[in-house]
Design a protein around this ligand. Structure first.
Ligand SMILES: O=C(O)CCC(=O)C(=O)O
Ligand SMILES: [Fe+2]
Length: 300
């Protein structure tokens, strides 16, 4: 059976990007050590054990899902969501279209024995953009168990990221599988058609973790500010805080009282009330003039 092409940790990033652009997906084999995955599992499994099966052809019937992963697993935020190789891919893919990107969605997906194939879909179908076009988002799938053809490795239609909006998968579409060992990560464009695979095993869960990134000016699919409220977010590592959205985009998007929203996590919220106090981070008038009046903000 055909598989999604893979690279390893030492492959130059350009090679991985070339596959991603050509196929719409690429697997990074063994991107993190098994010990990292074991730690994530230790933090996540209590939630997975309590999770309910889905109900429907998209969510599945024997598939458990757990979201708000940043709030639930510190190791996930620090080792997987901010993995430097993955962020380098996102830098190249998304930064041409925004000043910063942010975390779009987090979800663990445990496909149980006997589960059927998930509906093949495009993750960026939620967005009002035409295809083909620039990528508004890009998702990744971390393998927390081995992904095999038998246990439900993600199905992907390679090349479908270039299809227009009138082209849909049919019985002639070639389905490939993201077969990969535990600790690997598949990157797949928001526009590529894909879906969870059938689990033909009697007793094996296929556990993966969806981690998506989207343009910094676009609404996040998972509301990160509620999924990870400030009292939780303030204990996270700073780069994780920025990634989930506690930052300004291009001076204006996302401010609180005229300030960078990160002040809320620094217990300085009361200092910046009212906005005209000496907080020191209020967007300077000169920058506002240049950006809003003269239109000189960085445009991509
Ligand atoms: O579980 C998988 O392999 C894919 C899940 C997926 O694509 C989704 O839920 O959007
Ligand atoms: Fe999906």
């Amino acid at each position: 059976m055909p598989q999604v092409r893979s690279v390893d940790r030492n492959t130059p990033i350009e090679e991985a990007m070339a596959i991603l652009h050509e196929d719409g997906a690429v697997v990074f084999t063994n991107l993190v050590d098994g010990a990292v995955i074991d730690q994530v599992r230790a933090e996540l499994d209590p939630y997975l054990e309590r999770a309910y099966n889905g109900e429907g052809d998209f969510w599945g019937y024997k598939t458990k899902r757990v979201s708000s992963l940043i709030a639930k697993s510190k190791t996930y935020g620090e080792e997987l969501a901010t993995n430097p190789t993955i962020l380098e891919v996102m830098n190249q893919l998304l930064l041409p279209h925004c000043e910063r990107y942010h975390l779009h969605v987090t979800q663990a997906v445990a496909i149980g024995p006997g589960e059927g194939q998930q509906i093949i879909h495009r993750d960026d179908g939620l967005m009002p953009f035409r295809h083909p076009g620039p990528q508004s988002l890009c998702n990744t799938m971390w393998a927390l168990t081995d992904f095999t053809e038998e246990n439900g490795a993600t199905n992907v239609i390679l090349g479908s990221h270039e299809w227009d909006d009138d082209t849909h998968p049919d019985e002639d579409s070639v389905i490939t599988h993201a077969v990969m060992p535990k600790g690997s990560c598949m990157v797949y464009l928001g526009s590529v058609f894909h879906g969870g695979g059938k689990n033909l095993t009697d007793d094996e869960y296929r556990v993966g973790m969806i981690t998506g990134y989207s343009l910094g000016w676009l609404r996040q699919e998972e509301n990160q500010y509620l999924a990870v409220p400030p009292e939780v977010a303030k204990h996270l590592r700073e780069d994780v805080q920025h990634l989930i959205g506690y930052h300004l985009h291009d001076l204006f998007l996302g401010w609180v009282e005229g300030h960078d929203p990160h002040v809320v996590l620094e217990d300085r919220y009361s200092d910046v009330m009212p906005a005209a106090s000496e907080g020191g981070e209020f967007v300077e008038d000169s920058k506002i003039l240049k950006t809003a009046v003269l239109g000189e903000a960085s445009r991509h």
